[in-house]
Write a protein that binds this ligand. Structure first.
Ligand code: CO
Length: 137
């Protein structure tokens, strides 16, 4: 079951400059940056309860975010819904004909399990589902 808006992810070409903007100009609390190997991203976290802003930047210039930046420059990249049972939600949505990117949830930031619904299935919006690591929520 989807239980909340976990985060909004913004793809940024210059991570340090974007961190400075969100910290110094917008005054948000910077929680730190994590390298998420499975997604090939460096992700900076700005908790903004009950949700969070994530700045995503390619790790080593590779991966989906690198391609996105090449094509479009920065921009809102995806929304992420928190779920308490990602396997059940994936099964339910697949049954309804939703297409996913990849077959199985993969490791996300903070030890969550994540999977993306193909934007073709959601009016052009990339939506991530994330089940937080147990004990995190
Ligand atoms: Co995300």
């Amino acid at each position: 079951m989807i239980t909340g808006l976990d985060h909004i992810a913004i793809a940024v070409p210059d991570l340090e400059a974007a961190i400075q903007r969100f910290m110094a100009d917008f005054g948000l609390e910077y929680e730190g940056t994590e390298e998420v190997e499975a997604a090939k991203t460096s992700t900076a976290f700005f908790p903004l309860p009950p949700t969070s802003i994530e700045l995503v930047h390619p790790l080593r210039g590779e991966g989906a975010i690198a391609k996105y930046l090449e094509k479009r420059g920065g921009g809102i990249h995806h929304l992420c819904f928190r779920t308490d049972d990602i396997d059940a939600d994936v099964a339910r949505l697949k049954e309804k004909g939703y297409q996913f990117i990849g077959d199985e949830p993969t490791p996300g930031a903070h030890g969550a399990r994540v999977i993306f619904i193909h934007p073709k299935s959601c009016d052009g919006v990339l939506i991530e589902l994330s089940e937080p690591q147990q004990g995190d929520h």
